[in-house]
Design a protein around this ligand. Structure first.
Ligand code: HEC
Length: 125
């Protein structure tokens, strides 16, 4: 009985976290991008992800980078994971294409990365 209760509460907790995570990362309500953050994104991130986040850049196309303006891009991400990936870099092969984002930890602070990621989520349609 106790075992069942524990299992049931575990399932409920899992369900709640799923619901909370369902939308993934999104800008806070009423978010207005700061000009400085926009410029920083265009300077540091747009060569791959594009000014508009759609990754229709030479590097973006070459690596098959996904479109950041689609909600699906952010669905399984949390601010913590996104921060870590930008700071420490990322390397993987998706559909036969090698994808690489170099670590930014020597060039950006965690706070800047958070601001850039929120900005990037605001490009969402
Ligand atoms: C050299 C190219 C390049 C640059 C510059 C770059 N990225 Fe990326 N980024 C990638 C690649 C490749 C991926 C993984 C493929 C994808 O997202 O479809 C990625 C993925 C991401 C992800 C999602 C990670 C995930 O798990 O899906 C975030 C968030 C991100 N980048 C943010 C940034 C930010 C913010 C900047 C600027 C500071 C930046 N990127 C600059 C290449 C780059």
């Amino acid at each position: 009985m106790i075992r069942h209760l524990a299992l049931a509460s575990l399932l409920v907790a899992l369900l709640i976290s799923q619901v909370l995570l369902a939308d993934g990362m999104a800008p806070p309500p009423g978010y207005k991008p700061d000009k400085k953050v926009k410029r920083l994104f265009e300077a540091k991130c747009a060569s791959c992800h594009g000014d508009d986040g759609r990754a229709k850049t030479e590097l973006g196309l070459e690596m098959g980078i996904a479109d950041m303006t689609r909600a699906a891009y952010w669905k399984d991400l949390t601010p913590e994971v996104a921060r870590k990936e930008v700071l420490e870099g990322l390397k993987r092969t998706v559909k036969g294409k090698e994808q690489e984002m170099k670590p930014f930890k020597d060039r950006l602070t965690p706070e800047q990365v958070d601001a850039l990621n929120i900005y990037a989520t605001s490009l969402k349609k």
